[in-house]
Write a protein that binds this ligand. Sequence first.
Ligand SMILES: [Zn+2]
Length: 582
Amino acid sequence: MSKIFEQSFERSLEQLISRAVSGQSFEAWTFDDTKSRRDAEARLRELGVTARIRSAYKPLLFAFLEEIDIDGVEAIEISYPVHADAPENRFRLEAYPLASLAGEAKITFVARPDGEFFYEVLLTRAGKSEAHTVFAPNRVHIDIVGETSVSPTGWLRPAGEGKGERLETDFEQLFDSAIQSVANHDWGNDEPYFEELNIRVTHPAEDLPLTVGDEVVSLREALHEDFYFSLLEFFQKKSGRPLGDRGLKPGQIVPEIVLSTGEISVAVETRPLSTGFSDGGDQNIETASEPPAANQVNRLLAEIGGDEFNARSRSGRVLSARHIAGSDAAVMISGGQHPNETTGIVGALRAARRLVERPNAHFTISPLENPDGYALHQRLRADNPRHMHHAARYTALGDDLEYRTRENAGLHLNEKDIRFKAQDLSGAKLHVNLHGYPSHEWTRPLSGYIPRNFAMWTLPKGFFLVMRFQAGWENEAEALLDKVTRHLGAIPGLLDYNDRQIALYEIHAGETGFRIINGFPCLSSVDERHSVPMTLITEYPDETIYGADFITGHTAQMETVLSAYAAWQEILPARNADALLV
Ligand SMILES: [Zn+2]
């Protein structure tokens, strides 16, 4: 291990208390949970100070949760600022999921082009109007990779002093100083730059579950996300690649953001990679209510039979897969490319257990393509089971294995080899690749709020399908989407679930931009990047669901595989017959 940086921070709330003078009155905005802010107000009151301390994060949502009474309100109109340096819907997104918490009241959002950092709220109650102004302190800044961002910030407004001024909070200081420490370190010029880069933060903010879906407001989860992607962007820039490039292999970046009883600290160090799993017990896979143990995944895979093939991860973990050879049109099935998307891993196994019963079954099954990411996910879930943990999306090399090619892999083809082997063994022309995405809002509050390059994933919008096909396969792609979505539409509750998420998404984010096929949002496009002609990708909002929601998720994944496999037995022979006629 090698320590790079370590620091403790005085809590902003403590600072406000220690500097207060009896008789003063002020308003402040900090990154703290409700309880901490109320406690600080009470302590200030004992000192003879009148203070209102609000949330700097999602200030409009918190104004409704803490201050604005909507009992008996018939309509809510919210005007939100549109800032020149931020996407049009930035402040509407930050109000999410207000529309679902407004009960019967009709809610409308109106864009205001002035870019001034406040919301204007107009309530109609018993025919009377009532106006509130909700301040949303933000700053325009240049981040570590030179991008201009508009980010929420702390603020202090003493009574009688007009607008007040920025208060650089503990949350912001911690983030900036840790990012700077990594930026100032000498990493040399060879990727990977490290095995594990560990950022351990202790922070006292408790998560706030909301009453809609899987929604939860979490400052610590947001810190994980912003640390992970900001550091990835820093190394991208250092390597000379464009932002968003997925070929970078810096090593495994691991922000661990743990709950403290009050202290705020950060330690940054490099560590050797781990090689084991921290498995829980076995579950009945058909009714698994949480991500399964890696050991159980391997045993269930072995039970499926066929011929084993494998690859090795960067850390040395074995990826195991199976080839069941038969006379059917072959299909490649995979899960766990992004192992924080957990329903696909179970869905792939459950589907394979059924397909193997078919007399002429022909498929490959590779349920856990990124075991290093899965092991990291297990580790991170122990502290924060409901955080989305995007650090675990990537391999221990810090890349997305999908974008690793024979050309750019260098010494590290590793996990990607399992795909090449599956295609060579089966000759499959269809790959069903099971994925997921966040089931609650994903933010980066310290870098412009909306996750850069992932804006379309920031809010849940139902179970949807992505079809990628090589030129000349469009008819087959259309036929497959039609058959699969018809099948999925027959699953009780799934369409209603989609409709609810999409309606809320559209109020806060705008149109999904998806085609709706038989009630399911779909994206379909030519893509020559894959060597298999057709790739069907599922996207279930499964980061991070448990219990009955988890079962619904892996069942939808399984049904997608089963229906795609059955449809392929008609679609591919029809194409081959057409080719003979020509
Ligand atoms: Zn994914």
